[in-house]
Design a protein around this ligand. Sequence first.
Ligand SMILES: *[C@@H]1O[C@H](CO)[C@@H](O)[C@H](O)[C@H]1NC(C)=O
Ligand SMILES: *[C@@H]1O[C@H](CO)[C@@H](O)[C@H](O)[C@H]1NC(C)=O
Length: 408
Amino acid sequence: MVKMLQCLVVLVSLVVSVHGLDNGLALTPPMGWMSWERFRCNIDCKNQPNDCIGEKLFMDMADRMVEDGFKDAGYEYVNIDDCWASKERDSAGKLQADPDRFPSGIKKLADYVHSRGLKLGIYNDFGTKTCGGYPGSLGHLEVDAKTFAEWGVDMLKMDGCYADVKTMPQGYPNMTKALNATGRPILFSCSWPDYERASKIQPDYKLIAKNCNIWRNYIDIQDSWDSVLKIIDYYAQEQDTLAAVSAPGSFNDPDMLIIGDFSLSVEQAKAQMAMWSILAAPMLMSNDLRTISPEFREILLNKEVIQINQDPSGKMGKRVMQTQSHMEVWTRELSSNALAAVIFSRSQSAPAIFETTLENLKFPTTSKGYSVFDVTDNKPLGNYALNETLSFIVNPSGAVMFKATPIA
Ligand SMILES: *[C@@H]1O[C@H](CO)[C@@H](O)[C@H](O)[C@H]1NC(C)=O
Ligand SMILES: *[C@@H]1O[C@H](CO)[C@@H](O)[C@H](O)[C@H]1NC(C)=O
């Protein structure tokens, strides 16, 4: 028995190490909050004290995450993006936070975030400068990794502005090693494949998945539905390549959730949530949790949709069908032989009926069919044989998501 257990442990650890970066992190897509899309590089704390990149913003968001149910729903990381640093390194060559906007320093902020049961993320850049013009990490990888670890940082997003793209396949893994050498597990988010794509270089996703927990591969999300659609198009176009490397420890990152910002309608917000869930994407909100309206909060807290996103299989869904009426169906394999599907509408018309069978969607044969649950609206739809017709009403630029579990 002990032998068998030992065997199992070895097998399980082998399986895990074959997949992503071996730091024990991001076994399911990371969830949290990130400043960039909503707050950008706003450093004007004089005129916008509540909205500038400073310690108050991150403490406020940590408080909201704990007190408004986000932490309980699984959101964990509070991530500082660009523009946090002082324009100069200190006399020892270390990065330092802007002293006016982060008067207590990053270590104190990390302590605060940890005291609330959350984790802190930070941002640097592989090149000579960050995209916002702050000091880059080129030539400073080891010291920067050490500094972040000393501060108690739990996640690092490394951007790729002001850098030679051709050196990234060697340079990003150098940072992976530097982070590992600190002894502190730090979730590593790489922008490397996005810069390769922009330079028309085919990313080596196997190498990327070995060195990064999550990675951006397409342009930054903006506060617009059109931007969401473009990202989904890119994921559809590249789905075989991207799905092949999605696994526990390593996930494609289509960028932040913009739910609760200025542009998405309630239907569009449900659609982004459903699509990010089916893609096994990191769920990093970029919004103002202090003022978000209840209908958007509810979408972000949809436990069933989150559970599908967090399914331990780590598999990325794919688009399996497109119709003349501007609907598409995406499906994802889950653990325990269950499957999830999103019926996603690009229609600009009226709510429309969509009918299909599970057979049409290529769900595997089961002896007794599937029990089907509408996770968008949180209601059971009943039991269905493979060839029985399922019928949905899908709103324009909206989505319906369902889960199908084989009947035992
Ligand atoms: C990566 O590290 C190796 C070994 O220290 C070094 O020779 C190489 O120049 C580094 N590459 C980059 C792009 O930082
Ligand atoms: C460093 O890498 C080793 C080997 O891949 C791994 O076992 C260990 O957990 C890593 N440590 C950290 C802190 O990431």
